[in-house]
Design a protein around this ligand. Structure first.
Ligand code: ADE
Length: 419
């Protein structure tokens, strides 16, 4: 008989429930949407399979889908981000099947993804596009049953656009990451804060006065660079995109190639979404005691295989989340095995910002369920959804704003008036 869930320990459920309730306090927009959905049941009769980080915030999204009438299932989108207590509470208290164990190996990770697809979902959610990628490899025949797949992260959207560009995308996807209510807040303020949180929890290092090298100046890099500066670090940015590099320079950061930054950094954090942005030549140039970590989606940004090859000695877990590599006479420290440091060493983004990301997910799911037949391709989140979320978030923060007068609205639509 097939297992209905696969988690580490059901006995952790009480702790998980407390964490879910604590996060819920800080997710007023998602809560509002959940209360509406309880009445209108926009997902009635639909199966939703989500491949997301198994956190307290995600649990509240799953509860929203459940309230909306869906049969829901959750699997992990990363082996190190699963909060086992939360997985346990979802199963025990909320009757939502979860397939996720903290520290699961690659084989188990993919077994869990298979379990999700075997429920033949109508709507899927991904954080990094692994579930949909598996569907395109091994479950192609199910593509026609899927109303849409919603993608949470930049890396996932890049993969899906590549699939579409190759003419191989088999279903409609919604680029939730690209909504302003997602990346302007989650990627920038969420990653900015949670990455520092992970680094500090893993190392207890003082940020003030340190030289921190930020690899990549997308929304995540911008957020992290600004928060590191706010705590007194001297921030160096490396980039390959001329416009972003210029923006970093005009934002007041030092900008230089990695080969120069490698010599001066105390801490390096990759947020580029690309392969081996820290590689063997850079390790050779680093100072004794340099710390290296990643906050990009996949663990490919730091070439750990090269570091292992160069190292005479590797001491694992010299402290929780810290591995020590001896290279010649110096030590290099790697946090969380090069996986997302904000989720592996801390708890990911705070609930208050995931509130907006997951409200965007929930309303996108309701919208695709209503439209039923979307064209195959990559779709944007509508302005209507973005505006509703921003309006609700402002209200929850006690902020009111001005409205256009009729004359102003009219002016913005006219072309006649000029100099
Ligand atoms: N991604 C980043 N932080 C997260 C969180 N707290 N929950 C789910 N996904 C996340």
């Amino acid at each position: 008989m097939k297992k209905h869930y696969d988690i580490t320990d059901l006995k952790l459920a009480d702790d998980g429930r407390r964490r879910i309730e604590w996060a819920e306090r800080d997710m007023p927009v998602l809560n509002h949407i959940k209360q509406e959905a309880l009445k209108t049941k926009p997902l009635k009769g639909l199966r939703v399979a989500a491949c997301l980080h198994v956190t307290a915030e995600t649990a509240n999204l799953m509860r929203t889908f459940q309230a909306a009438g869906a049969e829901t299932l959750l699997v992990a989108s990363n082996p190190l981000s699963t909060q086992d207590e939360v997985a346990s509470a979802l199963v025990a208290y909320y009757h939502i099947p979860v397939f996720a164990r903290h520290g699961e190996n690659r084989a188990m990770y993919y077994q869990h993804l298979q379990a999700a697809l075997e429920t033949r979902p109508h709507i899927t959610l991904d954080d990094g596009a692994d579930l949909i990628s598996l569907l395109h490899k091994d479950y192609k025949s199910q593509a026609g049953d899927i109303i849409a797949s919603l993608e949470e992260t930049t890396t996932g959207v890049i993969r899906l656009r590549a699939l579409a560009a190759a003419g191989k995308l088999l279903l409609p996807v919604v680029a939730v990451n690209d909504a302003r209510t997602k990346h302007l807040f989650d990627n920038r303020y969420g990653t900015g804060q949670s990455t520092l949180d992970g680094i500090i929890r893993a190392t207890n290092m003082l940020i003030a006065g340190k030289t921190i090298v930020v690899v990549g100046y997308g929304w995540c890099g911008r957020g992290f660079a600004n928060r590191a500066r706010g705590m007194g670090a001297k921030v160096v940015v490396t980039e390959v995109d001329e416009v972003k590099a210029l923006e970093a320079a005009m934002d007041g950061f030092a900008v230089m190639p990695m080969k120069e930054a490698a010599k001066i950094g105390d801490l390096f954090c990759t947020l580029s979404g690309d392969l081996h942005v820290i590689d063997a030549p850079h390790f050779r140039l680093m100072k004794d005691g340099a710390i290296v970590c990643n906050s990009g989606h996949f663990d490919v940004e730091i070439n750990l295989a090269a570091l292992k090859k160069m190292a005479q000695k590797v001491r694992k877990q010299i402290r929780n989340q810290v591995d020590e590599y001896t290279v010649g006479r110096k030590k290099i420290y790697v946090l969380s095995e090069g996986r997302l440091v904000n989720l592996a060493a801390a708890e990911g983004h705070p609930a208050s910002v995931m509130d907006m990301s997951f409200a965007t997910q929930a309303l996108s799911a309701f919208s695709v369920a209503k439209s039923k037949k979307l064209a195959i391709g990559v779709h944007e989140v509508s302005a209507e959804i973005e505006n509703k979320i921003a309006r609700l978030k402002l209200k929850s923060m006690g902020i009111s704003i001005d409205k256009l007068t009729p004359a102003q609205a009219n002016y913005l639509q006219s072309w006649e008036a000029g100099t």
